[in-house]
Design a protein around this ligand. Structure first.
Ligand code: DGL
Length: 268
């Protein structure tokens, strides 16, 4: 038994999709969530900056006394694996669990969508090739998605959302992918719009969902489940008020009055 919370962080609201999945699986666990909205988006930053940010975010959630961490960010998971691996606490990124689920399927041709930095790192493609060298992989960076989603814009009725999807993903659709890995934790929100675009035949695998399931399994297998959890807490380096308003959509529950501001740290 371990009553300490689980730390979860991302560049902003996207990681709340992993938090929601984790709480669904482990309702008795408490979480410390850090959304780095003040420094969002990560996905267009150079790798050198992402590594610094990854260390700072780990240090922050560790300072809140967590027992384990979900790095709920595809960009950090694909470019700062060394930083995550060096942490003294158990850390679960989103890349490996998502890739494992994708590669477990009977697919011949798959798509991977994530931020530009994640896709340019080649980490998703390498990891899939290592597990399933027979699988055709089409990867696409989608830099227009996160800024739209952070404004609460992800509806399939929103023309700008559908135009961004068309712009980033028309070539992938034309290749006839059978499954798409959502390699950025923000993309769960845009799921209905992606479904409209790709049609009902294509499967979607969420990196948020698979990472949450991996952390839940780790806690259970290692007898680390909480018996008397504390309260969940939320921190943002952006506007706490905005985080509360939009966070409700991502998390599926009201977090009014629960979000504290922490000033964004310098990256250089
Ligand atoms: N949600 C993050 C990811 O999974 C970061 C998105 C961003 O800030 O660009 O990559």
């Amino acid at each position: 038994m371990d009553n300490r919370p689980v730390g979860i962080f991302d560049s902003g609201l996207g990681g709340l999709t992993a938090a929601a999945e984790f709480k669904k699986l482990m309702p008795r666990e408490s979480i410390v969530y850090f959304g780095d909205t003040g420094r969002m988006p990560y996905g267009v930053r150079p790798v050198s900056e992402i590594k610094i940010i990854a260390q700072q975010n780990l240090d922050f959630v560790r300072s809140r006394g967590v027992k384990a961490v979900i790095a709920a960010c595809g960009t950090i998971s694909s470019t700062a694996d060394d930083i995550l691996a060096a942490c003294a606490l158990p850390v679960c990124g989103v890349l490996k669990p998502g890739v494992k689920a994708l590669c477990g399927g009977q697919y011949k041709t798959v798509g991977v969508i994530a931020t530009a930095t994640s896709i340019n790192s080649g980490a998703y493609q390498r990891e899939i090739n290592a597990l399933r060298p027979d699988m055709g992989v089409i990867a696409a960076g989608c830099p227009k998605f996160v800024p739209l989603i952070e404004q609460g814009r992800y509806s399939p009725e929103d023309e700008e959302v559908m135009a961004a999807i068309e712009e980033h993903l028309a070539p992938m659709k034309a290749r006839g992918v059978q499954a798409v890995l959502l390699g950025c934790t923000h993309y769960g929100l845009i799921g209905a719009a992606l479904r409209k675009f790709f049609g009902p035949e294509v499967d979607f695998i969420s990196a948020s969902q698979t990472a949450a399931a991996e952390m839940a399994a780790y806690i259970q297998e290692n007898a680390l489940a909480a018996q008397n959890p504390g309260e969940d807490s939320y921190y943002t380096s952006g506007s706490a008020r905005e985080f509360e308003l939009l966070g409700k959509l991502f998390l599926g529950r009201d977090i009014s009055g629960l979000v504290d501001f922490v000033p964004p740290a310098p990256v250089r």
